[in-house]
Write a new protein. Sequence first.
Length: 230
Amino acid sequence: MSTVTCIEQSDNDESEPTGEGGGHVPYDNSQRASTAAATRARVLAEAHELFVSRGFAATTIRAVAECAGVSQETIYKSFGSKAALLKTVYDVALAGDTDEVPLAARPEARAVMDAPTPDASVQAYAELAQLISSRTDPLLRVLLRSRGSDRALDDFATTTDRERLIGSRHWVGHWHAQGWLREDLTVDRAAEIVWAVNSPEPRWLLLDQGWSRSEFTRWLAETMRSAVLP
């Protein structure tokens, strides 16, 4: 039987608070919400570690529960299934945290929209893409190697590919609205080009050849400029 390696957790005193003389303080729902959020974050962190180290098939809800110090029922109630847990782990890695702030509203994404020139906007997008990929690549490299071996993984890959294309259309739509796209390109075709050059496979091929992430980011920006800008 394999040993489950978990992220080391610090001990927290979660006993019910008391007032002077040992009396109970009035009930505060914010404490329960804070505890629930901390538990959810711990489950997601442990699941991420296990998915990266073991892969999807070998990671069980039982192992995640043991590492997170919760029951399996808690995880099923919160996420529904292992596949749904994986998608949430990926979404958190993509955003960088568990805050309920859309990616498009974050400063690194706003930089793409607020850039004053097409070159600056494409550069900001390349830097955003590099930031996101640095967080998601450890997970994706493990999972996508097993694509085709599990229906849930196939669905995950299809979903994340579709979401990346939707994201590409968002940024390209902005460039189109600014009059920055090549006249011979539709928004859909330009989005497909951006989606393709920013897909994981070209990035991994070049990184595995010894390229640094900054070199890849520079190449990505240059490639997108020549492909979609006048």
